[in-house]
Design a protein around this ligand. Structure first.
Ligand code: CS2
Ligand code: MG
Length: 412
């Protein structure tokens, strides 16, 4: 059978999402996530104007050949926009293949290698007390792993820190905008790495004191340290046995992690902003990371992410797929189906989507006793209510910009 039409739905039920909707000649519909937070319409145009016309009439079962076609035919290859567009098509074709086979997608990827996927939640607090309160909430929900992000004395709003309503859901949405006249700009935050490095070890000490050694605790440095600063932090938190330190320094400077590795055995996770296996070449072959952070949405879909994980597995490196709310439920499902089948699975990030988002995207994955499972629905197991989606218009939103106290632009 062949691809008859490709639609690209843009919707904003709680936040912006881009979804490829691929329909075959025999009426089977596949979904793919192409959401690129803050640059959504770049992917929409890439799909609508440059990809869709070239795929109409092609055999939708030729997933690998179509992936290679989308990767090599534009000549200008890789990059976040290109690979999010490739991802959206790839996911949709895998969704169709599994629906036609009448099985949940993981069964086409090698079947279940485990009963469920160890998952981690996002806990944060402007103070250590509020952070511990949030962690207790997640432990009570059954999470066995929690990412901890804390406010830093002397700094206002910083990445990843948000006080959840007592007992309420943790809904942190960093993308937004400020408008002054015709100008529409990202919010701006102020950063001070020295203050952060002084404070963070006390946060780890307080969390370990409160929760003991069993709870897996993770932290996201979010690209903001120099290599030597990252080495210092990795060394300072090592006594608290973190599960991982993520994005301790901008990952594209791959050899920088040699310095961090030299000073610490703290496990390292990098790659959520990467989009192809080539971005990882040095990190993987020199064993400079322990976990791959990409998501199917940003790394060329299930086909692209599986390439990375096959390569990583040779070097003892495991998955830690990105799963924030700006990966749509479709992209999350893709992560889960691949994660269930992979031998070198590590952990899955799980930021539950809002009720508004889930009113448009109907999911069949479930969280039980600290583990996620993609479910048994044929395909990816996610439905898109396109009529409901059409009622949520796109809302321009940008990720914040970070500046040091002297005003210079920094990594957010
Ligand atoms: C974060 C992301 O979840 C994480 O590890 O790094 O939430 C990141 O800030 C967003 O995906 C950016 O859109
Ligand atoms: Mg991160």
């Amino acid at each position: 059978m062949t691809i008859e039409r490709i639609d690209v739905d843009v919707t904003s039920p709680g936040r912006n999402f881009v979804t490829a909707v691929v329909t075959t000649g025999d009426g089977v519909v596949g979904l793919g996530d192409g959401t690129l937070n803050g640059r959504e319409f770049a992917v929409v145009s890439y799909l609508r104007d440059h990809v869709a016309p070239t795929l109409i009439g092609r055999d939708e079962s030729q997933i690998e050949s179509i992936w290679q076609y989308l990767y090599r035919s534009p000549y200008w290859r890789r990059g976040p926009v290109t690979m999010a567009a490739v991802a959206a098509i790839d996911m949709a074709l895998w969704d169709i293949a599994a629906k036609k086979a009448g099985v949940p997608l993981y069964k086409l990827l090698g079947g279940a290698s485990r009963t469920g996927l160890l998952s981690y939640a996002h806990a944060s607090g402007t103070t250590i007390e509020k952070l511990n309160e949030a962690i207790h909430g997640y432990v009570e929900q059954g999470f066995r792993a929690v990412r901890i992000q804390s406010g830093v004395p002397g700094l206002d709003q910083i990445y990843g820190v948000h006080d959840s309503a007592p007992g309420g859901k943790y809904e942190y949405e960093p993308a937004g905008r400020t408008e002054t006249g015709a100008a529409m700009r990202p919010a701006e935050e102020t950063w001070d790495t020295a203050a952060y490095l002084r404070h963070l070890p006390s946060v780890f000490a307080a969390v370990r004191e409160e929760f003991g050694g069993d709870l897996r605790i993770l932290h996201d440095g979010h690209h903001r340290m120099s290599p030597i600063e990252a080495a210092r932090l990795a060394k300072d938190i090592e006594p608290y046995a973190p599960f991982w330190l993520e994005d301790c320094t901008p990952g594209e400077d791959q050899t920088a992690l040699r310095l961090v590795r030299h000073h610490s055995t703290t496990p390292l996770a990098i790659g959520e902003v990467f989009n192809s296996v080539h971005d990882y070449q040095t990190l993987i072959t020199e064993r400079l990371i322990d976990y791959v952070r990409s998501s199917a949405t940003h790394a060329g879909g299930i086909t692209g992410l599986r390439q990375i994980m096959t390569f990583a597995g040779i070097y003892g490196i495991r998955s830690g797929f990105h799963g924030p709310t700006d990966v749509s439920p479709v992209g999350m499902a893709a992560n889960l189906h691949l994660g269930l089948a992979l031998h070198n699975f590590g952990i899955q990030e799980y930021m539950p989507h809002s009720e508004t988002t889930l009113s448009v995207f109907r999911t069949s994955y479930r969280f039980e006793d600290g583990l996620l499972h993609p479910g048994e629905t044929p395909g990816l197991g996610v439905g898109l209510d396109r009529e409901a989606a059409s009622r949520y218009e796109y809302q321009p939103a940008y990720l914040p910009v970070n500046r040091l106290r002297d005003g210079s632009v920094h990594d957010w």
